[in-house]
Each structure stands twice: as C-alpha cells, then as structure tokens.
Design a protein around this ligand. Structure first.
Ligand SMILES: Nc1ncnc2c1ncn2[C@@H]1O[C@H](COP(=O)(O)OP(=O)(O)OP(=O)(O)O)[C@@H](O)[C@H]1O
Ligand SMILES: [Mg+2]
Length: 353
C-alpha cells in the first residue's frame, strides 16, 4: 500500500498536543505535510508548556511514523509557541524600567480618547500604515483589554510565534506593520477580567518579551477613558506623545478634555487632537453634511491650546477597510479620509522627530 496524507494523519491520531486532550490534528498544529515516495516531511507549530515538551513530542511522532511499513524516512520540524503567561523567565537580570527593555523602539506614540467608539482603533491602524508608507519601521500594539480589534482591522492573521527564551514575535500585517494584541491572548468570545497586577504583567510582557526588533514608531491603541492601561503605560514607558481622538459632539468633547487633564497630570506630552467622523461628503453631489456638528474639534483644540492634527470625514470606505483588514490608507489612498490620516501621520512624525 502506498503512503498517503490520510494514512500519516491516522498514524498520528493517538498523539495529543502538549498540555491538551486534543490530538495534534484536532489542535490544528500541523502546518505542512509532504510525502515523497516513502519519505514523510512534517512541520508542526505547537503550544509548549515547557521546552522539554518538544523533544518528547518529537520522539512520539518519529516512533509512530517509523512503525509504518511504508515509511523509510521522517523529516520533522517542530516550531514551539510559548503561551505568554507561562513563558520562562529571562535568564539575565530584569531591567529596572520598561524603557530599558525596549532599546530598539525609537518612539512610542499612544492613541487615546475620553469616550468609546470614536475611532481610536481606526486612527491607530491608519496612522501605523501611513507612517509605514512614509518609510518608517512601525509596530502596532493593541492594548485594548476590553475589545481588541486590531487583528481584524490590520488583517493580522495567524498566531504570534514564540521562541524558547520566552520571546514572542509579533504578527506582520499586510503592508509590513508588526502587530501585537491582547486579542492574541484571549478567546474573542470570552469576557476577560484583568485585575491590576495581571494587567500590569501582561502589558510589561508586551514591552519586555515581544521581539519588536528595530522600530521607528510603536503605536499603542488604548482602551477608551482614563483607566488602568493608560495610567500604567504613562507611568512605565517614556512616551513620545499621545493623540486624543474625539468626534465633534459636545459630549465627546467633554470626555476629550477629561482625558487631556489626566495626561497633563501624568506629565505626558499630548501631541494634539484628532477630530474623527467630522462630516459626510455625499459621493453623488459633493454636499458635506456635518452629522455630528461642526468645528467642535477645532474649538476644543484652541481652548486647550493644542494643535488640531486633522479632521477625518465620515467615510463608508473607512468601515469596510477596517472590516476587511485593509485600512483605507492602503485601500484607497486618494480618498479624503486617507489623505486626512496621512496628514495626521506627517504631523506626528514632525512633532516627534
Ligand atoms: N471616519 C470614519 N468614517 C466612518 N466610520 C468610521 C470612521 N472612523 C471610525 N469608524 C467606524 O466606527 C466604528 C468605531 O471605530 P473604532 O473601533 O475605531 O473606535 P474605537 O474608539 O477604537 O472604539 P472602542 O472605544 O470600542 O475601542 C468602527 O466600525 C469604524 O469602522
Ligand atoms: Mg478600539
């Protein structure tokens, strides 16, 4: 009988993934399987609990395959992925501040808002891409513990891979931006309660254990409001600056002021205000409808003595771009919204030179 993919998978049927009751096949660990005559080439990516899991698994797989009469040769590649929580500690002494852990990152720029749903994640994703298009090396950290969305918005599919020293590699999105997200750590359908120390640890790992490499910018998409994540970040990471996103209504503007006051108290530099969803240009007749009022962002920026970094119109292409994982800056660079994002990126780059 000749060797087939099916017969190889059946031979592996009994072998479970480390720390799991699922078989290797059920756990989705098999990345590649090639058969050439009587040779089997198999590549796996497995979550490992401890480094010795890899060798144990290798022995079990090789034994199972070599027991097949049709198999003469087995070539096995196992890529270990470390779950973040159980990543082994660094062998070298821990640096004292987070800043020491990120020597390769030149600037960290965070995107905040007083209110939810005003477009922080959209601004972060497009800002990251616009900076990358301008030739910068860019990373994007989705630090929204309540509703991480950057995997979807950036089209960053796949899981981050780990190495045996406890390092984690961010996922590279189309366009070259490196993405890391709370969304990679948690099941999207399960509510997660992050308590203070756990949250602090997870955030610290994003700086200490994620192998960002050399970056000109790390953009951090914050959860809405003035909660723990923003506070922890400002206290531990030297930020090049923060952008505050708002929509033009008065209620959003009140919250934007609150958030500005928090950052000022923390002595974090606020680069300026981004007014999002500022008006809808009818594609048929060109009439601009100011759905959420007009001039609010400019007025608030003036009152708070901050620059208005840009006004992004309401644009259905922004929504579809985000939903398809290709932000509008990449998908429709000539559209008014993409041009607004690019202008914001230029101003951010100039202000943080
Ligand atoms: N300029 C725009 N035009 C049209 N739709 C937009 C615009 N900006 C954002 N949106 C849409 O509004 C919704 C909310 O945006 P987004 O998720 O970026 O907000 P957020 O501030 O990050 O929200 P949250 O506080 O929940 O994290 C998304 O569906 C997004 O596509
Ligand atoms: Mg968001």
């Amino acid at each position: 009988m000749s060797l087939t993919n099916q017969s190889v998978l059946e031979a592996l049927h009994e072998i479970t993934a480390p720390g799991s009751s699922q078989s290797l096949v059920e756990a989705g660990t098999i990345r590649d399987l090639e058969i050439d005559g009587s040779s089997v080439r198999l590549a796996l990516a497995v979550q490992v609990v401890q480094p010795s899991d890899v060798e144990e698994l290798r022995t079990r797989i090789e034994t199972a395959l070599q027991a097949m009469d049709e198999v003469s040769e087995v070539e096995l590649q196992i890529q270990p992925m470390m779950p973040m929580a159980s990543a082994p500690p660094h062998p070298e002494p821990e640096p004292t501040t987070w800043a020491d852990k990120i020597p390769g990152i030149k600037r960290v720029v965070a995107v905040a808002s007083g209110k939810g749903g005003v477009g922080k994640s959209t601004v972060s994703a497009n800002l990251a891409h616009a900076l990358a298009v301008a030739g910068h090396a860019v990373g994007l950290l989705d630090a929204d513990i309540y509703g991480p969305s950057q995997q979807l918005m950036m089209g960053a599919t796949g899981d981050p891979m780990g190495d045996e020293e406890g390092g984690i590699y961010p996922v590279e999105a189309p366009g070259g931006v490196k993405v890391m997200s709370f969304g990679f750590l948690v099941d999207a359908d399960q509510p997660v309660i992050w308590r203070g120390p756990m949250l602090q640890k997870a955030l610290e790992q994003f700086f200490g254990d994620v192998r960002w490499g050399e970056l000109d910018y790390l953009i951090v998409d914050l959860p809405p409001g003035t909660g723990d994540v923003a506070l922890t970040l400002c206290q531990n990471v030297p930020l090049a600056g923060i952008l505050i996103v708002t929509t033009p209504q008065d209620v959003a503007l009140i919250d934007a002021r609150k958030s500005l006051h928090m950052f000022t108290k923390l002595e974090t530099r606020v680069l300026g205000i981004v007014e999002n969803m500022s008006g809808f240009e009818c594609p048929e007749c060109g009439h601009v409808e100011h759905v959420f009022g007009t001039g609010g962002g400019a007025k608030t920026a003036e009152e708070l003595e901050l620059p208005l970094l840009g006004s992004v119109p309401l644009d259905p292409a922004v929504v579809t771009g985000g939903d398809h994982g290709t932000p509008v800056v990449l998908e429709r660079p000539e559209s008014p919204s993409a041009r607004a994002f690019t202008e914001i990126a230029d101003k951010v780059a100039k202000a943080t030179k």
